[in-house]
Design a protein around this ligand. Structure first.
Ligand code: NAP
Length: 256
C-alpha cells in the first residue's frame, strides 16, 4: 500500500457529501489537503476540524468550477510549498432535475455541462501540467453509473458523466508514459445532498429516491477512492463501478 503521508491532495466540491468524506479519509492517513467549493464557510470549517483532529496541513479556497478565471486565479495563488499536487480529486458535480430533454429548461443543461464537464476540464488543465513536469501524479475523477448507462430524465446528466468517462479514458492514454495515473470512481446511488440539489431543495422528493433501499454512503465512496489512491505506483485502477448491493444498474433496484 502506498503511503499518502505528507502528499498534497486537491479536492473540488469538498464542502459536502463525497468530497468532504474523501477529505476526512485522506486526512486520517496524513495527507495535506487543498479543499475547495463554492461554500467557503463549509470548507473552512472542515479544514479547521481536520487540522485539529489529524495534525495535517490544510488550505481552503472558495472555488466555483464553472468560473475558469477563478480556477486559474486560485491555482496560481497556491503558495509554492503547496504547488506539487500529488492527487487531484475532481469531485465537484451535480444533477439538475429529472426532466425529459424535449421539455427541460436549457439552463439546467448549461449548469450540468459547465460544472461536471467544463469545470473538471479547466481544473485538470491547470493542475496536470505540473504533475507531468514533476513526473508524478494521480487524477481521480468522480464519474457515475450514469456514465455507463443512460436513463430517461437523465439525458444531460448522463451525457456529462459519459463525457467524464471519455475524458478519463483519453487522459489515461495521453499520460501513460508520464507516471501520472488516471482513475475514475463511478458510483450508483449514494445518499448525499445530491438528490436535494437535483430536485431544487425538495427534501421529500429527495428522500423518496432512497426509500426502501440501503444506499451507498459518502464514506463508502471515500473508502473506494482511498483504495484507488493507495495502490502501489505500478498499479492503476482504471475505473471502479460501485453500487449498493440492492441496485443492479440504473434501472433495477430492489426496494423493501
Ligand atoms: N450521490 C450520488 O448518488 C452520486 C452517484 C454517482 C456520482 N456522483 C457524483 O459524485 C460527486 C459528488 O456528489 P455528492 O453525491 O457528494 O453530492 P453533494 O453532496 O451535493 O456534493 C456536491 C459537491 O460538489 C460541489 N459543487 C457543486 N457545484 C459546484 C461548483 N460549480 N463549483 C465547485 N463545487 C461545486 C458542492 O459544493 P458547493 O455547493 O459548496 O459548491 C458539493 O461540495 C458529483 O460529481 C456527482 O455527480 C454522485
Amino acid at each position: 500500500m502506498l503511503s499518502l503521508k505528507n502528499k498534497i491532495v486537491f479536492i473540488t466540491g469538498a464542502s459536502a457529501g463525497i468530497g468532504a468524506a474523501c477529505a476526512t479519509e485522506f486526512a486520517k492517513v496524513g495527507a495535506n489537503l487543498i479543499l475547495s467549493a463554492r461554500r467557503k464557510e463549509k470548507v473552512d470549517e472542515l479544514a479547521d476540524k481536520l487540522r485539529a483532529e489529524y495534525g495535517i496541513k490544510t488550505l481552503a479556497f472558495k472555488l466555483d468550477v464553472k468560473d475558469k478565471a477563478e480556477i486559474k486565479a486560485v491555482i496560481d495563488a497556491i503558495p509554492v510549498e503547496w504547488k506539487s499536487i500529488d492527487i487531484l480529486l475532481n469531485n465537484a458535480g451535480l444533477g439538475r432535475g429529472l426532466n425529459k430533454v424535449y421539455e427541460d429548461d436549457p439552463e439546467n443543461w448549461e449548469e450540468m455541462i459547465e460544472t461536471n464537464v467544463k469545470g473538471l476540464l479547466h481544473v485538470t488543465r491547470n493542475i496536470v501540467p505540473g504533475m507531468v513536469l514533476r513526473g508524478t501524479g494521480h487524477v481521480i475523477n468522480l464519474g457515475s453509473i450514469a456514465g455507463h448507462m443512460a436513463y430517461p430524465g437523465g439525458g444531460v446528466y448522463c451525457a456529462t458523466k459519459h463525457a467524464v468517462k471519455a475524458i478519463s479514458d483519453s487522459m489515461r492514454m495521453e499520460l501513460v508514459d508520464k507516471n501520472v495515473r488516471v482513475s475514475s470512481v463511478d458510483p450508483g446511488m449514494v445518499e448525499t445532498e445530491f438528490s436535494v440539489v437535483r430536485f431544487g431543495g425538495d427534501e421529500e422528493r429527495a428522500k423518496n429516491v432512497y426509500k426502501g433501499v440501503d444506499p451507498l454512503t459518502a464514506e463508502d465512496i471515500a473508502d473506494a477512492v482511498m483504495f484507488v489512491a493507495t495502490r502501489k505506483p505500478h498499479v492503476n485502477i482504471n475505473e471502479m463501478i460501485i453500487m449498493p448491493s440492492v441496485q443492479a444498474n440504473a434501472f433495477v433496484t430492489h426496494r423493501r
